[in-house]
Structure formats: C-alpha cells, structure tokens
Design a protein around this ligand. Structure first.
Ligand code: SAM
Length: 250
C-alpha cells in the first residue's frame, strides 16, 4: 500500500525501539534514511535487510519526486533519521509536506524523542512549553535569539552539541541571569546519562568542574519567565477591591 511511515528510532538505547517500529521496518518496500550507513547499522542489529536511500538536508527537494513516484506505483516507504523522531531537528519536513499534498497517507510510528524524554524528567512546568531546537552556532547570534525569549513564560527546550555547551550555558546566564532554573539532560538513555537541575549558575559551576560533563549530547530545559502580567493584573484587581471596601467605610 502507498504509505509513508515516519518511524522514530532510539536516541542511544537500542532497547527503546518499539515493536511496531520493527514490524513497519520489516514490512515496507523501501527505507528513506538521513544517513544510510548509520541506518544500515541499526537495521543489521535487528537483522532487517531493506533497500535504503538517503534523504537529508541537501537532497530532500530532489528526493520528493522519487518518493512520490514510488508511492504512486504502490510502494510503501519508511522515513527514519539517525536518532529519535524524524523532522524534530532532523530532515523530513519537505518530504512529508509534499507527500501529504499529493494525497498519500502519512502514518507516524511514535517513539523516542530527546526533547520529550528531557521534559519528562526535567521537573519544570510541562503544561505549556516551546521547542527552540538548535540555537545559532555563534555567540552573538545565540544571545540575540535568547534575548527574544527573555519574557517567554513557557518552559523552553534547546538542543545543543558538545562543542558549544559551555559557551551556550554562559550565554544563557548572560541573558537570563544566574538564578533562572535549568535542567541539563546529557546522554539520555545511554550509559553516562546525567540529568541535573539547578540555577543556571549552579549548572555552570558543575559542568566546569567536570570536563566529562561537557561531552556527549545535550538537551537544555529552561524555566519560563514568571508570569508577570498575571501577578500584575491580580494586584490591580486587589487594589480595586480595596478601594471599593474603603468607600464603604464610615
Ligand atoms: N530527531 C532527534 C530527536 O527526536 O530528539 C533529534 C536530532 S538532533 C540532530 C540531535 C540533537 O538531539 C543532539 O544534539 C541533542 O541536542 C539531542 N539529543 C539526541 N539524542 C540525545 C541523547 N541521547 N541525549 C541528549 N540529547 C540528545
């Protein structure tokens, strides 16, 4: 059947692959992978042998035609990325959009996602949050981007690579101050998984003291700004009540 499955794969721990992901990967005709060598390793581990082709940031537009033609001829395709959920700071958006526009079915096979894993263990508000993905690589651009989030009341989630973690933490402190609460989630689901919560200042001290903590993959979960408008409007309301009460006094 002509279906594009969007299949989540592990973010480190291979035991996190879902039974349904395996079933789908075994059943499809073709697998579209961000990096075919990487995915071949994964498939070999699960003894799956399927034709692979690459879909990455540099060829996604060209691949659309191939995928549409394959779907039109009745083939089913699974889209996977190197780790976690495709399209989440990974390729696939252009393809999924085109496939849906062409009227074919797109079926998600949910599973690991570093953002959701980090949020679920961060201990920061999750009723509303925003995913900011990767910040700009250069400090100037990064700070500018962070400035726009200064009054963001929702919990914010960032992805970061090991090369920049210390610089990024310093920029967070420069923009949000030392006291804003932060959870740093490192190497999730892997052997050296570390999840640390504290003020930005505390996290910096801790990461600087132990270079081992500067390695690997990171998700940063930052507390939102305190809801100022709400407390302000409460105060205004309280003042109005007080005024009315005072008018009633003899
Ligand atoms: N599609 C993936 C997902 O669903 O999370 C994200 C891919 S993005 C290219 C890679 C970034 O995700 C890393 O730089 C890191 O910020 C985060 N990440 C992926 N795996 C992680 C892990 N095991 N622990 C912490 N962060 C991880």
């Amino acid at each position: 059947e002509s279906i594009l499955y969007v299949v989540a794969t592990p973010i480190g721990n291979l035991a996190d692959i879902s039974e349904r992901a395996l079933t789908v990967l075994r059943s499809v005709d073709l697998i579209a992978a961000e990096d075919t060598r990487h995915t071949r390793q994964l498939l070999m581990y699960f003894t799956i042998n399927k034709p692979l082709f690459s879909v990455h940031d540099h060829n996604e537009h060209q691949r659309v035609e191939k995928v549409l033609a394959d779907l039109a001829s009745g083939l089913s395709i699974a889209l996977v990325s190197d780790a976690g959920t495709p399209l989440i700071s990974d390729p696939g958006f252009v393809l999924v959009q085109a496939v849906r526009q062409a009227g074919f079915k797109v079926v998600p096979v949910p599973g690991p996602c570093a953002m959701v894993a980090a949020l679920s263990a961060a201990g920061l508000a999750t009723n509303r949050f925003c995913f900011e993905g990767f910040l700009p690589a250069k400090s100037s651009g990064r700070k500018k981007q962070l400035q726009t989030l200064l009054n963001e009341p929702r919990t914010m989630v960032f992805y970061e690579s090991p090369h920049r973690i210390v610089e990024c933490l310093n920029d967070l402190q420069a923009v949000f101050g030392p006291d804003r609460l932060l959870t740093l989630a490192r190497e999730l689901t892997k052997t050296f998984e570390t999840i640390l919560s504290g003020s930005i200042e505390q996290i910096i001290t801790w990461v600087q003291a132990d270079p081992n903590q500067q390695r690997g993959e990171f998700v940063l979960v930052l507390a939102g700004a305190p809801e100022q408008e709400e407390s302000e409007s409460l105060q205004i309301a309280a003042e109005q009540v007080l005024k009315l009460l005072l008018e009633e006094l003899p």
